[in-house]
Design a binder for this molecule. Structure first.
Ligand SMILES: Cc1ncc(COP(=O)(O)O)c(C=O)c1O
Length: 428
């Protein structure tokens, strides 16, 4: 049970008791700005900057020697080992490479072996669409018809996934279920263990997109036991815009052939023999494709070290508390202006952000930005707010709500147009 109070002093006291408060000074934060977009592009930390500069220095001083003398040839393994505790996975089951969408292709093409009897992939109809675009093209590449083989489970309300409906869709003709861990709009945390258990009973593989949970919600992959998972490293992990993505392959599948092969996935001891036949390394690193972009990986090292130092359990505890505090302030102070909470309320089924809803959300979002609140708009009525446990304080949340009250009282949002959907690229 949470017990909150309405005053600024109460927020300050929560900050005083916050064991993670000290991490804030390790981030670059613009004066006066309240950054609530850590679920889209996490802020830059001094730790991330330091490991990026270290890699740059190695390149400057060593040229091609960066790979061997510099120690960067197996950097993906180093970063994989740093990410493994976030999933409670073995270090050799985790690697980083490519973008998230490419890793969706990698997962699907590895596990999709359609036959005339069994050729369907189950997805929901409300998660981030890039995954679906990838799956449709993969079904086509396998010579099947996406209109027949993509089995989309409709959300009952357009906001949440109902696990019973997903399980009902697990018929004998299904090969794979691909779902998000946390939904990008409504922040629902899906019951991954139940889904995986039910799928495996029916001989179906399961993959998860962890973009909206990695680094803020701990996962126990030893218990959940999915077949593959992928995620981006630029949200809660603060790996930098467009940072390299993550990939998990369950060790029981290390003998499977990677769907997308390349020389960086070859056995390391024979890679430079450059044989014409590919022999993939029997660990997640075997799912590497081309040369690792070291400068898109290096900030992640500093960031992951900091997250592991802070402890993911502590991060989750603060995330739940600070988002519960935000919901309390929404109910108590903002509901009267037409705001609502669009995410689940119970801790067990919610991720790291709050879905603030309003019929006029688009132009209110513009007024937020003019008042130095950095939000994240999702069409048509959701403003996502993610207080990041490592760099947002309780007073940030309090101050943000005070600014929102001012915006609503002054009707400042009326200065902005309710643009149509096409004009939204500045709201990414
Ligand atoms: C849930 C989810 N999946 C996939 C993607 C696509 O990631 P990328 O552009 O890195 O391929 C995103 C991007 O925000 C996302 O939020």
């Amino acid at each position: 049970m949470y017990n909150f109070e309405l005053t600024r002093e109460f927020a300050r006291n929560l900050d005083k008791e916050d064991r993670l408060a000290k991490f804030k000074e390790r981030f670059y934060i613009n004066e006066g700005e309240i950054y609530m977009d850590g679920n889209s592009c996490g802020l830059c930390s001094k730790d991330a900057e330091e490991t990026l500069f270290k890699a740059l220095k190695a390149w400057k001083e060593l040229g091609i020697g960066i790979w061997t003398k510099g120690g960067y040839f197996l950097y993906q393994d180093t970063l994989g080992a740093l990410m493994a505790p976030l999933l409670n996975a073995e270090p050799e089951e985790v690697t980083c490479g490519n973008s998230t969408t490419v890793n969706v292709h990698q997962g699907i093409l590895t596990f999709y072996h359609p036959t005339p009897e069994r050729n369907k992939i189950v997805m929901d109809d409300i998660s981030f669409p890039s995954d679906k675009y990838a799956v449709i093209s993969d079904i086509r590449a396998a010579g099947y018809n996406p209109d027949e083989c993509l089995k989309e489970v409709k959300s009952r309300d357009g906001e949440f996934i109902y696990e019973d409906d997903i399980i009902e869709a697990m018929t004998d003709d299904v090969c794979i279920v691909l779902l998000p861990s946390v939904l990008y709009r409504s922040a629902q945390l899906v019951d991954m263990e139940r889904i995986t258990k039910e799928a495996h009973k029916r001989g179906i593989y399961v993959g998860f997109d962890l973009c909206h949970s990695i680094g803020v919600v701990p996962h126990d992959f030893k218990k959940i036991d999915p077949d593959f998972a992928l995620w981006c490293d630029y949200k809660y992990l603060s790996g930098g815009p467009g940072a390299i993505a993550g990939l998990y392959i369950n060790k029981k599948h290390f003998n499977m052939k990677p769907g997308l092969a390349g020389w960086q996935g070859n056995r390391k001891d024979t890679q430079f023999n450059l044989y014409q036949s590919f022999e993939h390394a029997k660990y997640a690193g075997g799912w590497q494709i081309g040369t690792q972009p070291i400068l898109s990986m290096a900030p992640l090292e500093g960031s992951l070290n900091m997250i592991n130092e802070a402890g993911l359990e502590n991060i989750r505890a603060k995330s739940l508390n600070i988002t519960a505090y935000l919901m309390y302030l929404i109910d108590e102070k903002l509901a009267k202006y037409g705001f609502g909470v669009g995410n689940p309320r119970e801790d067990a089924v919610r991720g790291g952000h709050i879905a603030l809803t309003h019929d006029d959300a688009l132009r209110i979002n513009e007024a937020f930005k003019a008042n130095k609140i950095i939000p994240d708009f999702r069409y048509p009525n959701v403003i996502r707010l993610a207080p990041a446990p490592l760099y947002n304080s309780y007073e940030d949340v309090y101050e943000m709500v005070e600014r929102i009250i001012k915006i609503m009282e002054n009707k400042e949002y009326e200065n902005y147009e309710n643009q149509n959907r096409e004009g939204l690229t500045n709201n990414i």
